[in-house]
Write a new protein. Structure first.
Length: 152
C-alpha cells in the first residue's frame, strides 16, 4: 500500500509539473520570450517542490526578462502568478484528491511544516514522508489497535 501511495504521489507530481511546464511555455511563447522552452522546463522542474518551487524556478526568468523590458517582467510575473493560483487551487488539489486521498489543506500544512523544520529540502520531501507515516499508522491501527478493540 505504501509503495502504491508513493508511486501515485510521484505520478501526480509529474503530471502537475508537466501541466505547469506546458502552460508556462505557452505563456512565454505568446509573450515572445527568448528561451521559452528552457525557462518553461525550469519552472516545470521547480514545480516538483510544492507551493514555492515554481516561484524559485521563476527567478531566472525574471532576471532575464529584466534585461529586456520592465513591461515584459511584469507581464511574466502576473501570468505565472495566475497560472500558479489556478494550479494550486484547482489542478493540484484535483489530482491529489483523486489519486492520494489527501485533503489539500493537509498537503499545505505538511509542506509548510516540512519547510519550516528543514528548509527547502523539507518542503520537497514532506509529502512522501507524510504518506509513509500515514501508511505506517494505518498498518499499526489495523494490526494492533483492532486487537485492543476486540479485547474490550
Amino acid at each position: 500500500d505504501m509503495d502504491k501511495s508513493i508511486g501515485d504521489y510521484i505520478i501526480v507530481t509529474m503530471k502537475d509539473s508537466m501541466i505547469v511546464g506546458i502552460c508556462s511555455y505557452i505563456i512565454f511563447f505568446f509573450l515572445k520570450l527568448e528561451y521559452s522552452s528552457l525557462f518553461a522546463l525550469i519552472i516545470g522542474i521547480g514545480n516538483v517542490i510544492p507551493f514555492i518551487g515554481p516561484f524559485i524556478g521563476l527567478i531566472p526568468v525574471i532576471m532575464y526578462a529584466m534585461t529586456k523590458s520592465f513591461r515584459l517582467t511584469i507581464m511574466i510575473i502576473v501570468c505565472i502568478t495566475i497560472l500558479q493560483t489556478i494550479e494550486a487551487n484547482i489542478i493540484k488539489p484535483w489530482l491529489t484528491r483523486a489519486s492520494l486521498k489527501i485533503h489539500p489543506i493537509t498537503t499545505l500544512l505538511v509542506v509548510l511544516i516540512g519547510g519550516a523544520l528543514f528548509g527547502i529540502g523539507g518542503a520537497f520531501i514532506a509529502i512522501p514522508v507524510y504518506i509513509i507515516l500515514k501508511s505506517v499508522w494505518i498498518f499499526c491501527e489495523n494490526k494492533y489497535f483492532s486487537k485492543l478493540k476486540q479485547l474490550k
